[in-house]
Design a protein around this ligand. Structure first.
Ligand code: PLP
Length: 406
């Protein structure tokens, strides 16, 4: 018999208990995706079964669904310090990035054709920029330093008369480095250039406020903040030159046509609300666990380095580069012991190419292969960190003895 919705909600409400049946499992891959928060799931289910109307319908079913969408829009807007009408719902971070970049450059093509981005962007940004280069736009890719940080001075120097957009991410998904977004935003504004930031990884972990960051466009994704996959949001500053490039419906004030994903949108609103409420406490808790994890591994294992900035990094983010080992083999050994981690971004693991982010930071090819990304979240405890610190030395020792890289 298939489980009822209330069984399902009860199961979601006790994820740790469920995960711990059989082998004790530790989930250290929150930058890839997060479990849906029980309160978020509850909010979402209301719109999966009960309130199912199309928000464009004028009858009561439609009006209820519309109310859910607009309530969520208010919550997301409040979460980032925007006006309600500046928030557009999308299918996730990738679509938000595409919409931000393409919408900005197509609308400003008469003013210029130069785009500036950084070498460590997510592929959703990098590949969009490269596709635009093929369409005739000019692209400058800013380098980063050894910590994966973009220099605001480099951004300033790259601006030309024909520059129409700068897109630099708020925090990096692979190494956790937080970029100097408000400085770059200030420079862009002074020069009259639009500025987009991908805040997919920073949202819910550090303050994300469009005024402080001085951005015109900002991308958010649901599944990185305990909402489901397949929903996201794009902030578009009122009055900027931006135009839609998908057509077919008047939804989202004609900026993103298509019937709204009401359950996903309601979930995203709830997740942003919860993240804002818990940010301070969770940030301090995760920073403590992160530092304990880094210190424990660096003390116990030789030839390991922390990748990314030591302090300007996301509170939940650890990326350790182990010499003489393949990241993939560490992942497999950890998986056998119930630990879920990653060795690059979730989207690129499975490929044998080392991460473009680590290479851009100047980490040699053969060493970049030994990267292990551990991203903490709500379910993790000090016990998880202690267990991991004790588990790693024998794994590393065994893999190094077998490694042709030694
Ligand atoms: N941008 C960054 C920085 C990411 O880490 C990701 C996903 O890993 C995305 C964009 C894509 O988001 P989504 O999976 O919601 O499309």
């Amino acid at each position: 018999m298939s489980p009822s919705i209330s069984d399902e909600i009860t199961r979601i409400k006790t994820p740790r208990a469920t995960w711990r049946i059989g082998m004790r499992k530790i989930y250290f891959d929150h930058s890839a995706t997060t479990p849906v928060h029980s309160d978020v799931a509850e909010e979402m289910f209301r719109y999966v079964t009960g309130i199912f109307g199309n928000p464009s319908s004028i009858h009561s079913f439609g009006r209820e669904a519309r109310k859910a969408v607009e309530t969520a829009r208010n919550k997301v807007a409040e979460g980032i310090g925007a006006r309600t009408e500046e928030v557009v719902f999308t299918s996730g971070g990738t679509e938000s990035d595409h919409m931000a970049i393409r919408g900005a450059v197509y609308a400003n093509r008469k003013r210029g054709n130069h785009i500036i981005t950084s070498a460590v962007e997510h592929h959703a940004v990098l590949d969009t920029c490269k596709a635009l280069e093929k369409e005739g736009f000019e692209l400058t890719v800013l380098p980063v330093d050894g910590y994966g940080m973009v220099s605001p001075q480099d951004a300033a120097n790259a601006i030309k008369d024909n520059t129409i957009l700068i897109t630099v991410m708020h925090a990096n998904n692979e190494v956790g480095t937080i970029q100097p977004i408000s400085e770059i935003g200030g420079i862009a504004r002074e020069k009259g250039v639009l500025f987009h930031t991908d805040a997919v990884q920073s949202m819910g972990k550090i303050p994300v406020n469009i005024s402080d960051l001085k951005v015109d466009l900002l991308s958010v994704s649901g599944h990185k903040i305990y909402a489901p996959k397949g929903v996201g949001a794009l902030y578009i500053r009122r009055g900027i030159r931006w135009r839609p490039f998908n057509f077919g419906g008047g939804q989202e004030r004609k900026r993103r046509p298509g019937t709204e994903n009401v359950p996903g949108i309601a979930a995203l609103g709830k997740a942003v609300e919860l993240a804002a409420r818990e940010l301070g406490e969770e940030k301090a808790r995760l920073t403590f666990l992160r530092e304990k994890l880094i210190k424990g591994i660096l003390e116990k294992i030789d030839h390991v380095k922390l990748a990314g900035h030591p302090t300007m990094r996301l509170p939940n983010h650890v990326n350790l580069v182990f010499e003489f080992i393949e990241g993939e083999s560490m992942l497999l050994s950890l998986d056998m012991q119930g630990v879920a981690a990653s060795s690059g971004s979730a989207c690129t693991s499975g490929s044998l190419n080392p991460s473009h982010v680590l290479l851009a930071m100047g980490i040699p090819h053969e060493i970049a292969h030994g990267s292990l990304r551990l991203t903490l979240g709500r379910s993790n405890t000090e016990e998880d960190v202690d267990e991991f610190i004790n588990m790693m030395p024998p794994i590393v020792e065994r893999l190094r003895t077998m490694s042709p890289l030694c």
